[in-house]
Design a protein around this ligand. Structure first.
Ligand code: PMP
Length: 306
């Protein structure tokens, strides 16, 4: 099941997937020196629309800034290239992956002699990240034995390739334990995030968004806070513990890939009824309407690919 990404934007040229190749001496392959984004385009009545393109491109450039990568393209060029990848492949909906990396100039640990970064943008058709069943019945989570790294260990607010070794270890651990996804705690033992999702929970009708702390500042998280407030929910950003999640009425995860995924079990404890939560599914439905262009109030979040 080799993935198919069709035409890839590769350092400024649109090329077939087979031609978008790099050297085995690529710095990023050895040391994780890459930055990336994960974006979705959704089918709407006016063709595909990219969700929150500006915010994703901004975070891409911020991640590059943290790593001191020079990108040989402007944010506007990247915005245009992202749209071009969706257009050229004729996708109705897709997942889009911009990536910038340190190339094959030199393999000393210092990445900067490899500046400027190389850049590619690929897109492929990708359904629900954690599976249809997780969306319907709720995902089963376990708390990972791998902690989320402190802010003075890794730049968790930058989407850096190397950061995802931590996510990969947690995800494999969860899968080996028969769970759908991992919950990572920070160094102090407070709830951080999933391997690729931010965490929310409901208690007595109030929606709690787990605070940023060491986490990625998720764009879906930001969208959900806005949408939930517009639905009339009181939303509070809090530092939370894992036992607070055990006692919650509902827990859910959000991310570009995972969208809004209910959590039914955490560490073998049923969350609420042990099924997808009612408020969670209401918020999920509202989010899906927004991304599909069905809510006029949020048109500014959509970039239509003409
Ligand atoms: N945390 C991590 C570690 C992630 O990889 C992601 C996915 N990008 C998220 C949270 C959610 O972020 P977003 O909503 O911007 O996709």
């Amino acid at each position: 099941s080799k993935m198919k990404a069709g035409l890839i934007w590769f350092n400024g040229q649109m090329v077939p997937q087979e031609e978008a190749k790099v050297s085995v001496l690529t710095h990023a392959l050895h040391y994780g020196t890459s930055v990336f984004e994960g974006i979705r385009a959704y089918e709407t009545s006016r063709g595909p629309a990219i969700f929150r393109l500006q915010e994703h491109t901004e975070r891409f450039f911020h991640s590059a800034k943290v790593m001191m990568f020079e990108l040989p393209f402007s944010p506007e060029q990247i915005n245009q290239a992202i749209q071009e990848v969706v257009r050229a492949n004729g996708y109705k909906s897709c997942y889009i992956r911009p990536l910038a990396w340190m190339g094959a100039h030199t393999l000393g640990v210092n990445p900067l002699p490899n500046n400027p970064a190389e850049v590619m943008i690929a897109a492929w058709e990708w359904g629900t990240y954690l599976g249809e069943e997780a969306v319907r019945k709720g995902a089963r989570l376990i708390t990972s034995s791998w902690a989320r790294f402190p802010a003075n260990v890794m730049p968790g607010k930058a989407k850096v390739g190397g950061n995802y070794v931590n996510s990969a270890l947690a995800r494999v651990e969860a899968q080996q334990a028969g769970a759908d996804e991992a919950l990572l705690l920070d160094k102090e033992g407070f709830v951080a995030e999933g391997s690729g999702e931010n965490i929310f929970f409901f208690r007595n009708g109030v929606l709690y968004a787990v605070e940023h702390s060491v986490n990625l500042m998720g764009i879906t998280r930001d969208s959900i806070i806005t949408i939930a407030r517009d639905l009339g929910y009181e939303v509070r950003e809090v530092r939370a513990t894992r036992d607070q999640l055990y006692m919650a009425d509902e827990v859910f995860m959000v991310g570009t890939a995972a969208e809004v995924t209910p959590v039914s079990y955490l560490d073998h404890r049923a969350i609420g009824t042990g099924r997808a939560g009612e408020h969670t599914m209401k918020i999920r439905a509202a989010y899906m309407d927004v991304v599909h262009g069905k809510n006029p109030k949020y048109q500014a979040w959509l970039t239509y690919v003409q």
